[in-house]
Design a protein around this ligand. Sequence first.
Ligand SMILES: [Fe+2]
Length: 258
Amino acid sequence: MALYAIGDLHLSLSVNKPMDIFGPSWVNHTRRLEEAFSQLEEGDLTVLCGDTSWGIDFGESLADFQFIDRLPGKKLILKGNHDYWWNTAAKMKRFFAENGITTIDILHNNCHFYGEFALCGTRGWFYEEEQSGHNEKVLNREVMRLEASLRAAEERPILAFLHYPPLYTGYRCPEIIQKLEEYRVRQCFYGHLHGPTHKRAIEGTLGDVEYSLVSADYLQFVPISSFFSLGWNHAPRHRDSRFSRRSFYRNIFTFSPF
Ligand SMILES: [Fe+2]
């Protein structure tokens, strides 16, 4: 049994949203995901860190969730900024049940236990949100969701999963970072950054929290199980360790197309 993470699958099996328009790194990305997941086992758990399906409602996202359901192991999903299909937990669970989807659960205002660890998370907050005018209400709501999830950890060591990076070259979200540190989160995994914006990712330990970017194109569509600093013996079985820590505070300013 191993724990994996990957974000931003950006599946579009029933909508016309080809991902290879975003560059050669996305060519055949669905097939590559399928191949990578084929190395996992039924007892494994993968946290999907948002931007899972391009569908705008349950109808458009069904094929994507059926695809995810067929992949080995359990999956835990959280909300990304492009998950327009997202709904209340009750409606999402009913949607999964009505369609025979049995391997997907939801990380939202709650936490899940994995061995001795608590898996916590929420969508988070990012500077892109600031560009449309600072919305303190939305920020506070995300901070409250994160805290509700962290509080549910019941003193267990915490692994946090966000969609938005809580820190980025030239940007910090102090409210989110403060909560991660207050609850002594061991590791924080985040997605959202694609293509050229990978260069702006901040990874490694800052304060007491170790940050890792897990967007799918950054991982070359192979979910990671890189919980080395926790002493877990879950080295990826199908790829070498590429988790040498990247340098902090890169200064290349480019923007992601999605
Ligand atoms: Fe994304």
